[in-house]
Design a protein around this ligand. Structure first.
Ligand code: HEC
Ligand code: HEC
Length: 293
């Protein structure tokens, strides 16, 4: 390998390293220089204790400024008037809205659609941490949820009572009034369920620990992520859990179709058998008797 080639590979790399270290220095300066005035977002960065937390908050801050601030305001306080104040909602709410893909919003609509998240889980946490660092309170991140002792039967009845009216008993989701809809619950994970139940996004009711205790919430979560997501179908194939009406309809088609096929087959056989039995002029019944004799 020639020197020239080596230089061609090494030079851009070296330039990158230099640029990166310059950027770090500059950014470090602005950090240090940021005064402890109330209006500066930097104040929240310096308030954090560990360097790794500072780095995470900084990433969150930058992502927020790039992707969210033009609607929610630089300090996430809704100062623009386009989008609501996020201060004090808690990191769990921000995480939920980002994991579901509801945010960032692209086209303003009555209800943000579910879509693949724009950021990975770490980035989402960074943004949520930064927003939460602005004001205490609200719904926290979902805790580690151990579900092995949760009751499926309890979960089922709690779900039927509290959730099925909107999400339907099969969890397929349904249209609500005013163009809103309750989304299907088949792909959701335990943390989304926790954060949705505790925060009540849009026109879903908010269930506090007094309405649904932590143990009851674990029962519901276990039910939703096991039985609803993987429906056990004692009555045969589930057909995607589209409900008894459609299943009855399909049953009718297959049932009636099957009967017709069977009828054709029997008719066909009868005809052929009588053809194979010339002479007697009698039905297949007598010809079988004759062969026994
Ligand atoms: C195009 C404008 C727009 C952008 C960009 C945007 N949002 Fe929103 N956001 C909205 C609007 C409007 C609502 C209210 C939606 C509703 O309730 O139907 C909202 C609601 C929210 C909520 C729920 C607030 C509540 O009261 O429960 C959160 C959390 C949120 N946004 C976070 C973010 C984050 C984080 C980003 C950046 C990654 C972001 N948004 C980007 C417009 C925007
Ligand atoms: C009054 C109707 C209503 C009830 C009752 C209700 N929800 Fe919801 N739920 C909604 C709506 C509407 C949304 C979507 C909110 C949005 O798009 O911002 C939602 C969203 C959710 C989500 C997020 C879905 C996703 O796509 O990630 C979960 C999880 C959820 N609900 C679980 C529950 C559970 C569990 C219960 C019962 C404890 C429940 N809901 C009760 C209406 C309801």
């Amino acid at each position: 390998m020639g020197l020239r080639l080596l230089r061609r590979i090494l030079l851009p790399f070296a330039a990158l390293v230099v640029a990166a270290s310059l950027a770090t220095i500059v950014m470090g300066r602005t950090h240090a220089a940021s005064p402890s005035g109330a209006a500066s977002p930097g104040v929240f960065l310096t308030a954090a204790s560990s360097p790794s937390m500072k780095a995470r908050l900084h990433t969150g801050y930058e992502l927020f400024q790039t992707h969210c601030s033009f609607c929610h305001g630089e300090l996430a306080n809704g100062s623009t008037g386009i989008a609501p104040n996020l201060q004090g909602l808690g990191p769990g709410v921000v995480q939920l809205w980002l994991r579901t893909g509801w945010m960032p919003l692209k086209t303003p609509s009555a209800q943000p659609d579910n879509k693949p998240p724009s950021f990975n889980d770490t980035r989402i946490k960074d943004i949520a941490l930064w927003v939460a660092s602005l004001k205490k309170g609200g719904v926290g991140f979902a805790p580690k949820l151990h579900l092995h002792s949760a009751s499926l039967s309890q979960g089922f009845s709690l779900f039927t009572l509290n959730c099925a009216p909107c999400h339907t008993i099969t969890g397929a989701g349904d249209a609500l009034a005013d163009g809103y809809h309750a989304p299907p619950l088949h792909g959701v994970n335990r943390y989304e369920i926790y954060e949705a139940v505790r925060s009540g996004p849009q026109n879903m009711p908010q269930f506090g620990p007094k309405n649904i205790t932590p143990a009851q919430l674990r029962d519901i979560i276990r039910y939703v992520i096991t039985d609803i997501k993987h429906p056990v179908s004692p009555g045969g194939i589930s057909l995607g859990g589209v409900g008894p009406v459609a299943e009855g309809f399909v049953g009718l088609f297959i049932g009636v179709g099957g009967c017709m096929l069977a009828a054709y087959w029997v008719g066909d056989r009868t005809e052929r058998e009588s053809e194979e039995d010339p002479g007697t002029g009698e039905g297949p019944e007598s010809s079988r008797e004759a062969s026994h004799a």
